[in-house]
Design a protein. Sequence first.
Length: 212
Amino acid sequence: MTEPAARTDAPRKSASRLALRRPAWLGAAVAAGVVLACAIASITPDPIGVFGDDGVYLLTAKALAAGDGYRYLHLPGAPPAIHFPPIFPLLLALLLKLTPAFPANVAVLKLLNPVCLAIGVFGLVRFAERRLDRPRGPAAVAVVVCAVAAPVLVLANVRLSETLFLAVFVGGVLLPVAALVLWARQRRREAIVLAVCTVAGGGSAFALRARP
């Protein structure tokens, strides 16, 4: 009686060991990769500025990259750009600094939103797994199905800030919280490294405000 029971338990034990060997973030990474591929495949050759707001984001980004401050250089008197939040233009300005050659940099600019969408998908899957206690597979599938819907891919295909908002929501909120949790659990070194990387990432973007 003992032998058959041991044989029945053997596949379960091996399956559980295999599950333990898989990284906890693997499902989220696969989901993010699938969405990133779909978003990149949906990119069209349309020029930037079709929706109006995306053109303003690019113009303010060009002003930041040139060291002229966060201003509407296309308007008389170059007034401050107080209507639009500065984070998205700062990221575009960073890309313009890295790839200043036009029109080659247009392709690089168009990759920003797919990458932000993939980051948001990764964070949402991890949130569903860890906080909502959803199984890894169903959580990843549900988020991917929502992320590859036509309206979402349209937003990822233009230079609007919605995908960045998603990435900041799941990353900019969760990263500081994660650092606090690590600190509370006496994992001080990991908490400091995470906090420094988070601050450095934000600070490098805001540094573009300064004139060269």
